[in-house]
Design a protein around this ligand. Structure first.
Ligand code: SF4
Length: 82
């Protein structure tokens, strides 16, 4: 097998493995932000709130934003759970 094809297969395999891993098993890819940097607010924006975000850690923490957050809070990193 040509070396280029082998390298592509290794890279593609690694990418697919990373995409298939559950979010909780992946290392943090972004540095944690302060609440000000994330534009955190203690109130929801419609249905968008920490309790409905993939980054929320019950009862009041966030994987990407420093400090405690309210389940009814919101920030610009909001990522709706499926
Ligand atoms: S909305 Fe922002 S602060 Fe709240 S859990 Fe999601 S990322 Fe963290």
């Amino acid at each position: 097998m040509p070396a280029g094809r082998s390298t592509r297969r290794i890279l593609l395999g690694g990418t697919l493995t990373a995409l298939a891993a559950p979010a909780s098993a992946q290392p943090a890819l972004l540095p944690r932000l302060t609440q000000a940097e994330a534009q955190y607010e203690p109130r929801p924006r419609g249905i968008a709130m920490c309790a409905a975000c993939t980054l929320f850690v019950r009862p009041n923490l966030c994987k990407q934003v420093e400090g405690t957050v309210s389940p009814e809070g919101w920030c610009r990193l909001f990522d709706m759970v499926d």
